[in-house]
Design a protein around this ligand. Sequence first.
Ligand SMILES: Cc1ncc(COP(=O)(O)O)c(C=O)c1O
Length: 436
Amino acid sequence: MSHWNTSLATKLHAALVSREERWIRRRLPDPNTSSSGSPLIDFNSNDYLSLSASPALRSRFLRKLDAAPDILGSGGSRLLVNGRAHSAFEARLCNFFGSEAALLFNSGFDANVGFFSCIPQPGDAIIYDEYIHASVHDGIRASRVRDAQYSFSHNSIASLRQVLAKLLNERPGVRSGANSVFIAVESLYSMDGTFSPLSEITDLLEKTFPQRNGYLIVDEAHATGIYGPQGRGRVADLGLESKVLARLHTFGKALAATGAVVLTNTLIRDYLLNYARSLIYTTSLSYANIVAADCSFDMLTDGTAEELASDLLEVSTHFTDYLRPRLAHIPPELLSLPSHLSEASVAPPSPIIPLMTLHPRPLSAYLLALGMNARPITWPTVPKGKDRVRVCLHAGNTVADVEKLAQGAIRWAEETMAARKKEVQRDGQRFEESKL
Ligand SMILES: Cc1ncc(COP(=O)(O)O)c(C=O)c1O
């Protein structure tokens, strides 16, 4: 294949070159910046509670693994081989989250694709927050809802209300209750660290849909383990369990495992088992994976996660409080906090803190040279003009770590400003000389 010179190769190559030219070509990061033992301070991974480095979790996992009857593989799709460990874990999750039913998926991505591709029926409508995750988009695209897909402005109740009013106006089936409306949100948005106004949304749905045909689906991927009693998430924190059709919790972020669970009712679970292709046509999570996720939930139930989350949110607040006043003399397009963080707020702190900048790559490279790993995020992952360095904080980050990060970012901005000033002066000088 070394001289692969077909028209397909030409097209693929051209697409990559085009991405390169627009500075949006994706590449795998250097493994040395990501693995344990890296000297870099991690402001990048989604390991919010630092559980992946927890000696207690590691030894618990190894002990349970040693004692487990099955650890290798899983033998096939859940519909072919339904391991005892998988069923027992689902029962545990139902109990822990107080849910009627729970269904495991191999990942949060698969769960969103599975749910949104099959649960909405022809004639139904789907509304999603404009910042919703790519997996929900993929699910919606594969669904039977073709002409009734709407987005609303990020976290805007006014915008959601407008979309709902339009729907009710234009679709008699939605008005009568014959058709359903699904609303997709994330409890904590992965790129912005903003919280969905869940209580306001459920209130609005109750008022708008007396026939109870408006359904909320909450993706808790980034809130799992951090918010709510023992890390049960934002829905549980706000007591909205009975007002939400389905919640997604993933195990790959704060829980240091992989996989996901959809918490819902038994009818939806049965339907997913019959129609969700991302569940039916794939080998289920391996036994070892179930053991790992089960051990992570031990850390939630024994109160460890709550303690770590408290450390995490404390260090997150410290970072923004420390950085905010130091940004006063920096032009916002060079470096700023997003509007929801530009002044102290009543919202709970979030470990996801975007450093807004039109130059995310140079800032990220500067921080890397100082021993800190925080990744640049650009379009198409975030909207055009909303480039940033996404800072993800962890329970294991210290006050000194986050102050170093803030100082590094400020120093980069100051040096960039100074370099620009010099350039302007040089240009002025050249202009004067050209007149001589
Ligand atoms: C909001 C959100 N939902 C779902 C997913 C997918 O979860 P997983 O990594 O388990 O596939 C992600 C991961 O990036 C996410 O950020």
